[in-house]
Design a protein around this ligand. Sequence first.
Ligand code: MN
Ligand code: MN
Length: 462
Amino acid sequence: MYRENAWKNYDEKELVKLESSARHYRSFLDNGKTERECAAYTIEKALEQGYMDLNDVMAQSKRLQPGAKVYVNCMDKAVMLFHMGKNGLEKGMNIVGSHIDSPRIDLKQNPFYEDSGFAYADTHYYGGIKKYQWVARALALHGVVAKKDGTKIQISIGEKDDDPVVGISDLLIHLSRDQMGKKAAEVIGGEDLDIMMCGKPLAGEEKEPVKAALLKILKDQYGIEEEDMVSAEIEAVPAGPAREYGLDRSMILGYGHDDRVCAYASLEAIFSISETPEYTCCCLMADKEEIGSVGATGMRAMYFENAVAELINLTDDCYSDLKLRRALSNSRMLSCDVSAGFDPLYAGAFERKNAAILGNGVCFNKFTGSGGKSGSNDANAEYIGKLRKIMDDNAIAWQTAELGRVDVGGGGTIAYVCALYGMEVIDSGVAVLSMHAPLEVINKADLYEAVKAYAAFMKDAK
Ligand code: MN
Ligand code: MN
């Protein structure tokens, strides 16, 4: 099946819109280097668009009418936006779900130590990474420190031009004969990902003077005690902004396209709905996808179901469990997560005619999983048939995709979790090169088509 490169069909007007999406997306990435920052930025934008906090609606016992806009903040790490439709919730919703956590390196709860004139922070990496990609590069520290008195200190070090950065050292090539002979998975061990924090002793300090200098900086500049790290979540991520990529500026190089590109596209899509939609639209941004959708903010938790229950209670005079089940099972969902883009330099890992090509538009993956579709949500043919019509009627550039050659590897998304409710779900997303590397690549055209596709889905799916 021939799929045309989306760039071939844009006129001047569309190119202006495409560049505007790309620009706003880069600022979403730069303002959202962690799931917490993404959630906060999303809520800030939602408030500008007239969304109300579900807790406030409940506290004021307001009734939700068609056209109402509500957001739900789940522990500052996951967010849901609902734009209430003309049809009751029992008829189902049009849900676009993604995740806002990305692979990274987390500081341990007892992180700091000194060795040979350096103060280090010990870490435990998060998600699937090639550990050797994370050494010898500028890292920034983002996160929160929760004090015993309930106050929270926000940390962001390494993004401003005059900020210092941190990093993890690598062995010089001259002495790497042993290291270069190792398997890639063993070149850098998990316990070797220690971040260099300081290199200068504190004057007058005899015992561990460099670590003392680090603790003094944390205390003086941030009010943080060493003990406070026990209740901190500090993430080391690649420092610096997302950049236009390629001499033609057709692509974007940045940290965390997986899966903030889909999160951003779904956000722009729901904001683009100016009239009251037929069915309630939901933009869902989950946390913890990269470690199996576990935990209270992962998709396997109950927050989505609980939020829908509250919405039914606020729209209907008599809430019932049956209405909740119907709302969920009658829903339609795009489980939006990045697709593996075909990479000519690694062509052997793909089966070309079923691979996602950068620039050919938004991807639909009937299934993901690994080795015989294991662990995948295999979307129904009838559902895909309906989506084909929505995409073609709205002139969306789209393609089908599969995660690499059969038996080469695999991966999962949040699709199978939502499918448990009995709703129609399919994986959809933007093709990425160098997925899970510190800097990943997407094509601006695919982002633009994803925004259009998710808006069309929210408007037209039934
Ligand atoms: Mn993902
Ligand atoms: Mn991922």
